[in-house]
Design a protein around this ligand. Structure first.
Ligand code: TYD
Length: 203
């Protein structure tokens, strides 16, 4: 089974990814955990280019294609072989992030971004995608406290960007049956219980 987690930065998905991994392992399941961008030697190198704050001149086209390149390598090297061995694969972000961030957030043509994702992921289509929908005010508060910056310094453009990315996830949740939308204001434990209700832990 292939499970992906999506949401805005600081929505709480990384905590849930780790909890689910623990739940599956406690039930003797073989689990492969991956994070995007990254997860193979080549993909981690691409991740460093993408997330390096010094690369301010990076064009949105370059960004889209680097995410896709990192993902293609991860699909071929890790995801497909693991699914063929009937392992659980859990990914912290996957192709839906490119649709939400690059198409809706950055404004690149949606149809093109979707076609590129189909090319890159091939048969590696997630069975379930949990979208942790945390309100933007809460995201901004968490970001300010983690990064120890004051709320006023998170400019309007950052808020507008998050709003567009969230619209992308709402679009996907209406279009894709595999999407499960979870209220990001619920407690860690409540969210974990909802996630587990979709997954068969026992054979
Ligand atoms: P990361 O530090 O892994 O953040 P998070 O813990 O929130 O996942 O950085 C990933 C950043 O890259 C995040 O801001 C989302 C963005 N991103 C895209 O814009 N497109 C993509 O296809 C992916 C996978 C991530």
């Amino acid at each position: 089974m292939f499970i992906t987690f999506e949401g805005l930065d600081f929505c709480g998905k990384s905590t849930q990814v780790q909890l689910l991994e623990k739940n599956l392992k406690e039930n003797n399941k073989e689990v492969i955990l991956i994070r995007e961008p990254g997860g193979t030697n080549i993909s981690e190198k691409i991740r460093n280019i993408l997330l390096d704050k010094k690369n301010k001149e990076m064009l949105i086209e370059t960004e889209l294609i680097l995410f896709a390149a990192s993902r293609a390598q991860l699909v071929g090297e890790v995801i497909i072989p693991a699914l063929e061995k009937n392992q659980f694969v859990i990914s912290d972000r996957f192709h839906d992030s490119s649709i939400a961030y690059q198409a809706f957030g950055r404004g690149i043509n949606l149809n093109f971004v979707e076609e590129l994702q189909k090319f890159v992921i091939g048969k590696a289509i997630p069975d379930l995608t949990f979208f942790i929908d945390t309100p933007i005010d809460e995201i901004i508060k968490r970001k300010a406290s983690v990064k120890k910056i004051d709320l006023d310094r998170i400019e309007r453009s950052a808020i507008d960007f998050y709003e567009k990315v969230r619209e992308g996830y709402i679009y996907l949740s209406k279009k894709e049956k595999r999407f499960v939308v979870i209220d990001g204001l619920l407690s860690i434990d409540e969210i974990n219980k909802i996630i587990l209700s979709y997954i068969k832990l026992k054979d």
